[in-house]
Design a protein around this ligand. Structure first.
Ligand code: WQD
Length: 347
C-alpha cells in the first residue's frame, strides 16, 4: 500500500486519482488544515474506487505509528505541508514546526518500520532567484522565504538520510507552477479567501468575485514586461508522481526532478489564454513588482522525461479551460478548512 500525506490537498488529491486509476492501493492522511472532507468524497466519486483515509496530523506520532503498525506500507508520497510564501513570512515558526518537524517524525517512523521509499513534494522555489533558464536540477539552490527554506531543508534532510543508509530510495519532485483542474470539474485549486497565486486569482476575477487583477509589474526584461513562469497542468504533474513512485519502488537512489513543461508564459499571455477559454473579460491593473518575485522561471524537464519516462502533455489552453470549468462547477470552492494555522505551534 502507498501512504499519501496531505492527500486531500490540491496536488495530493489529483495524484490520489491517478494512483487509483493506475491500480495502486492507497492510504490517505490529512489534517484538513488546507482542505476538507468533501475532497475525499470527490476522489472516490471521480475514480469510483474506495480507499483508506485518516483525519490525522503528521505531528501526532502515535497515530501515524498506529497506521504503520496496522498496514503494510511500501512507500510514502509526502505532500503534507503549509505552502503559502507570504504567510510563511508572517508565521515562520508555524511553517518550520509544521513542515520540518512533521517530516522528521515521518522519516523516523518510516525508518523504524523499514519503509525507505519516498516521493517528496518539493518545489522550483528551491532554485531561489536564479536567472539561469531553462533551469536544470544541478542549478544552484537557495531560498528567499521561510516556505522555500522548509523545502530546501527537507531536501537536505532526505539527502543526508540517503547518504547515511543507501537502502533509501527517494525522488525529490520540484514543481514549477501547477494550475488547472481535473476535467470532471470535481477537483481543483480551492484556496480560501484572497488567493496568492495567479490562476486562482484570475479565476475569481473572471467569476466576478473580485473586481480586477493586480499585475505585479510590467517592467521585467521579458517580451511584454510581465513575469514569465512554467505553468504545468495539475493532472500532468500528478501523472509525474505515479511515474516517480514506479521508479522509487524499483531502485535505490535519491534524485531530484523538475516537473515543468519547459515552456514559459507571461502574465499577460495567461490572462489572454484565460479570457479565450472562459469567454470572460479579466480586468487588470499594472501595479508595482511583488517583493521576492523573479522575472523568468521555466524548467528543463529532460531529466524527468528520460529517467521517469514522463512528459507534460497538456497546453496552457487546457489548463485555463479546466480551471474555469472547476470554478463554474464550484463557485464557492469545495467547502472550507477547519484549522487556524496560527494554532499549530501551540498544539
Ligand atoms: C506567477 C506570476 C507574479 C499573482 C509561487 C510560489 C512557489 C510555488 C508556486 C509552491 C508571477 C504574477 C501573481 C497576482 C500577478 N508554490 N502574479 N498577480 O510566485 O511563480 O510561485 O507559486 O511551491 O513556491 O512562489 O506563482 O502564481 O504567485 O505568480 O501578477 O495577483 O504571476 O508576479 O510573475 P510564483 P504566482
Amino acid at each position: 500500500m502507498i501512504l499519501i500525506t496531505g492527500g486531500a490537498g490540491y496536488i495530493g488529491s489529483h495524484t490520489c486519482v491517478e494512483l487509483l486509476n493506475a491500480g495502486y492501493k492507497i492510504i490517505v492522511v490529512d489534517n484538513f488544515s488546507n482542505s476538507n472532507p468533501e475532497v475525499i468524497n470527490r476522489i472516490k466519486k471521480v475514480t469510483g474506487k474506495d480507499f483508506i483515509f485518516f483525519e490525522v496530523d503528521l505531528l501526532d506520532q502515535e497515530a501515524i505509528e498506529d497506521i504503520f503498525n496496522k498496514y503494510k506500507i511500501e512507500a510514502v508520497i509526502h505532500f503534507a505541508g503549509f505552502k503559502a510564501v507570504g504567510e510563511s513570512v508572517e508565521i515562520p515558526l508555524a511553517y518550520y514546526h509544521n513542515n520540518i518537524t512533521s517530516t522528521l517524525l515521518l522519516c523516523s517512523i518510516m525508518q523504524k518500520f523499514n519503509v525507505k521509499k519516498m516521493v517528496f513534494s518539493s518545489s522550483a522555489t528551491v532554485y531561489g532567484d536564479t536567472d539561469l533558464v531553462p533551469i536544470q536540477e544541478n542549478s544552484p539552490l537557495s531560498a528567499t522565504n521561510p516556505y522555500g527554506y522548509t523545502k530546501l531543508m527537507i531536501e537536505q534532510i532526505l539527502q543526508d538520510l540517503s547518504n547515511s543508509d543507501d537502502s533509501w530510495s527517494i525522488a525529490l519532485l520540484r514543481y514549477f507552477n501547477p494550475i488547472g483542474a481535473h476535467e470532471s470539474g470535481l477537483l481543483g485549486e480551492n484556496p480560501n479567501g484572497i488567493p496568492n497565486n495567479l490562476l486562482p486569482y484570475i479565476s475569481k476575477v473572471a467569476s466576478g468575485e473580485i473586481n480586477f487583477l493586480n499585475v505585479f509589474g510590467n517592467d521585467y526584461p521579458t517580451k511584454d514586461g510581465t513575469g514569465i513562469r512554467d505553468y504545468i497542468h495539475v493532472v500532468d504533474l500528478s501523472l509525474g508522481h505515479v511515474k516517480a513512485l514506479n521508479k522509487v519502488l524499483r531502485s535505490k537512489s535519491i534524485e531530484a526532478y523538475n516537473l515543468g513543461t519547459g515552456n514559459g508564459y507571461s502574465v499577460i499571455e495567461v490572462i489572454n489564454a484565460f479570457e479565450e477559454a472562459s469567454g470572460k473579460r479579466v480586468n487588470y491593473k499594472i501595479t508595482s513588482r511583488r517583493p521576492g518575485d523573479i522575472a523568468i522561471s521555466y524548467a528543463d524537464p529532460q531529466k524527468a522525461q528520460k529517467d521517469l519516462d514522463w512528459k507534460a502533455m497538456r497546453s496552457l489552453d487546457d489548463m485555463c479551460r479546466d480551471a474555469w470549468n472547476f470554478v463554474q462547477k464550484n463557485p464557492n470552492g469545495i467547502g472550507k478548512t477547519n484549522l487556524d494555522k496560527k494554532l499549530v505551534i501551540s498544539s
